[in-house]
Design a binder for this molecule. Structure first.
Ligand code: ATP
Ligand code: MG
Length: 346
C-alpha cells in the first residue's frame, strides 16, 4: 500500500510557532525522510469560510500568507503538493455523501467541535457548514487516500470521526476508503503549545501568538511580556516550571547545544529547571535565553520567507499546479466512491 500524507491549515491568519512545533516541523521531517509516496498539504479555505463567511477577503488574503509560511519552513513543492481546498470541488461532493453516514448527535459529541463552538460564542447560532466541518475534513483525508495525518492534539477527535466514517462507508458500500492514522508530535510540549498569555492553546483566533513571520524585535517584545509563574515574585523565590509557558516553549524549542552558545553555566534544560525550582533564577534571564533560542530557530525561517515574498507569482504557480494535481487524485477517489455507491449512472 502507498504511504500518503494529508494535512493542512485554515487560512485565518499567518502561521505561528504552535503550528510549527505541532505540525509543520513534523511535516518537513516526514517529507525529507523519503518514506512517503505522496504528500498533500491543503490550505483549507472552504473550511475557514465555515466560521468566516462574512470575511471572505480575510480568508483569501491569508492563503498566500500560509503558503509563504509553508515554503519558509521547508515544505518543498518538488516533494509535497500544496493546494487550495476550494479548487478541488470533488471534496464537497464527497462531504455531501458522507453526511448521510454521521448523526447530528455524534458531531455534537465531538470534543473539539464543542470547545470551538464555545470559543466562538456559536451556542445559539451554529452555522450548519461549521457544524459539518469534521465531515468535510473526513472528505479531505479520504479523497487523497491518506494513510498518515500529522497534526496537533486538538485534531484527535477529528481523525476519530474520520475513521468512523471510513468504517461505516466500507461496511455499507464495500471496501473503498483508506483508514488514516494520526501522527502526533513525539515531544509532549508540542502537542498543544500554550499562548504567550498562558492560555490553553496558542491560536490565531485568540491573538496570543508568536508568528513565524514576526520580526526579531517583535518576538523579543512578546517573549519579555510572557506569562510565567505568578508566584515567582522575587529572584530568590522558588519557581514552578510545570504549566509555565516560558519553560514549555523551552521544552519545545531548546537543544542542549544552545546552552554553550547562549547560557554557559548550564549543561541542559534540566539544570536550568532545577535552578528555577530551587530559587535564585530570575524570569528575565530565562526569557532572554528563550528569546535567543527562538531567534536561532526562527531566524532562518524568516529569511527564507523574505526570499519567497519576492517571488509571489511563483508561489501562486505552485498553488495552481498543486491544485491541479490534487484535483486529479480526488476525482479518482470520487469515482471509486460513486462506483461503490452504485450512483455512476452514465
Ligand atoms: P483557528 O483559530 O483559525 O482554528 P488555529 O491556530 O487553531 O486557527 P488551525 O489551522 O486550526 O490553527 O490548525 C492547523 C494545525 O496546527 C492543526 O494540525 C493543529 O492541530 C495545529 N495547531 C494549531 N495550534 C496549535 C498549538 N497551539 N499547538 C500545537 N499544534 C497546534
Ligand atoms: Mg483550529
Amino acid at each position: 500500500m502507498k504511504k500518503v500524507i494529508l494535512t493542512g491549515d485554515r487560512p485565518t491568519g499567518r502561521l505561528h510557532v504552535g503550528h510549527y512545533v505541532g505540525s509543520l516541523s513534523e511535516r518537513v521531517r516526514l517529507q525529507n525522510s523519503g518514506d512517503y509516496d505522496e504528500i498533500y498539504i491543503m490550505i483549507a479555505d472552504a473550511q475557514a469560510l465555515t466560521d468566516n463567511a462574512e470575511h471572505p477577503e480575510k480568508v483569501r488574503q491569508n492563503i498566500i500568507q500560509v503558503a509563504l509560511d509553508y515554503l519558509a519552513c521547508g515544505i518543498d513543492p518538488e516533494k509535497s503538493t500544496i493546494f487550495i481546498q476550494s479548487m478541488v470541488p470533488e471534496l464537497t461532493e464527497l462531504t455531501f455523501y458522507y453526511m448521510n453516514l454521521v448523526t447530528v448527535a455524534r458531531v455534537q459529541r465531538n470534543p473539539t467541535v464543542k470547545s470551538e463552538i464555545k470559543m466562538r460564542n456559536f451556542e445559539a447560532s451554529i452555522p450548519v457548514g461549521f457544524f459539518c466541518y469534521p465531515i468535510s475534513q473526513a472528505a479531505d483525508i479520504t479523497a487523497f487516500r491518506a494513510t498518515t495525518v500529522p497534526v496537533g492534539e486538538d485534531q484527535m477527535p477529528m481523525i476519530e470521526q474520520c475513521k468512523e466514517i471510513v468504517h461505516k462507508f466500507n461496511s455499507v458500500y464495500g471496501e473503498t476508503l483508506t483508514d488514516p492514522q494520526i501522527v502526533l508530535p513525539s515531544n509532549k510540549a508540542c502537542l498543544r503549545l500554550p499562548g504567550i498569555d498562558g492560555k490553553a492553546k496558542m491560536s490565531k483566533s485568540l491573538g496570543n501568538c508568536i508568528y513565524l513571520s514576526d520580526e526579531a524585535d517583535v518576538v523579543k517584545k512578546k517573549v519579555m511580556s510572557m506569562f510565567t509563574d505568578p508566584n515567582h515574585l522575587r529572584v530568590e523565590d522558588p519557581g514552578q516550571v510545570e504549566g509555565n509557558p516560558v519553560f514549555i516553549y523551552l521544552d519545545a524549542f531548546c537543544k542542549d547545544e544552545y546552552f554553550a552558545e547562549f547560557l554557559p553555566g548550564y549543561q541542559n534544560l534540566d539544570e536550568l529547571k532545577e535552578h528555577y525550582q530551587r530559587g535564585g533564577l530570575g524570569d528575565v534571564k530565562v526569557k532572554k535565553f528563550l528569546n535567543k533560542v527562538l531567534e536561532a530557530e526562527l531566524g532562518p525561517i524568516r529569511e527564507r520567507r523574505k526570499m519567497w515574498e519576492q517571488r509571489i507569482p511563483d508561489v501562486y504557480d505552485i498553488l495552481h499546479e498543486g491544485s491541479k494535481v490534487a484535483e486529479k487524485k480526488a476525482a479518482e477517489t470520487l469515482n471509486d466512491v460513486r462506483e461503490a455507491m452504485k450512483i455512476n449512472y452514465f
